[in-house]
Design a protein around this ligand. Sequence first.
Ligand code: NAD
Length: 307
Amino acid sequence: GFDDSVLICDEVDPILNKILQDNGLKISYEPEITPEQIVEKISNFNIVIVRSRTTITKEMIEKADNCKIIARVGVGLDNVDQEAAKTKNIRVINAVEGAMNAVAELVLGLMLSLARQTTRGDRAIRNGQWLKKELKGTELRGKYLGIIGLGNIGKRLGRLARALNMNIIGYDVIPIDEEFSKEVGLMKADLDTLLQSSDYISIHVPLLDSTHHLLDAQKMSTMKKTAKIINTSRGGVVDEDALYNALKNGTLGGAALDVFEKEPAIGNKLAELDNVILTPHIGAQTKEAQSLAANVIAEKIIQILRG
Ligand code: NAD
C-alpha cells in the first residue's frame, strides 16, 4: 500500500474513497471545505481531488508544497489552475470516459424536447392551459445536426443522432476520427458552413481563450431562423446576452443550456423565454457517469503512485 494523504474537496462517488483506502491512502473527505480552509491545509496533502464545486486556484497551489497530483472527477479542467500546477510539477488528471455517454444522452433528450416543446407543454398544464394547437412540433429525422468539437462527447452524440436518421455535420480544429466519420456519414465543414446549414447546433469544445464566445451575435446572425442551439460544454462558449436577444427577436428558434456564464444560473434572464430549456449542469450527473469517473480517477492515481 501507499501512505500518501488525500484531500477530497467535493462530493464524489464513495467507490473512490474505498479503492484509495484499500490501497493504504489516508483520506480526508471534506465535501464542504471552503477555499480559505483549502489554502490553510493544502500543504498537508499529497493528492487533492475535486469535482465541480471547488476551484483550485494559484494561491492554493503556491501553498501545496507536498502535492503530487490534482485530480478532477470529471472532464473539464477549467476549475484547476493548470499553469500554476505545472510550475510546481504537480500532475493534473481528469476522467474523460465518465461523462461521454451521459452528456450525449442529455443532448439527445434536449433536442427531442426542443423539437416537441415538452417542457413548455408541461409548464402550461401545471398552469391550467392545454396548448395542443400551439405545440405543433417538428421531428429530428432528416434534420441537420451540426456538432462543434468532435472529441469524446461530440462523437458519441453523432452516433446517437445518426440512429435517429439525422444528418451530421462536424467541425473541429483537429482532424476528425475517420472511422467515426464513415460510420455516421459525417459532412465535414468549416464553422460558418456548419452554422448556416444546421437545424440543431450542439457544442462540445473545452472552454479556452479561443472558444470564449465562439458563438457570438455575429455568428448567431448567420444561423437559420429556426435553428436551435444546445450547449452542454461550458457557459462561456456562448454569448448569453446575444443568445437572449436572438431568441427574443425570433432570429433563432430555440436553445437548451446545461451550462451558464454564471452558475448557479438562478435569476438568469433566459428563463423568461418559452423557447428555452435550462438544466442545472447535470450533463455528467448520472449514477453511471459518476461511478465510472470515480473508478477511472482511482485507477489513475494508483498507477501514478506505482510510478
Ligand atoms: P474532448 O477533449 O474529448 O473534445 C473536445 C474537442 O473540441 C476536441 O476534439 C478539440 O479539438 C475540439 N476543439 C477545441 N477547440 C475547438 C474550436 N475552437 N473549435 C472546434 N473544436 C474545438 O472533450 P469532451 O470530453 O468531448 O468534452 C467537451 C466539453 O464538454 C468540455 O467543455 C467539457 O468541459 C464539457 N463537459 C460538460 C459536462 C456537463 O456536465 N455539462 C460534462 C462533461 C464535459
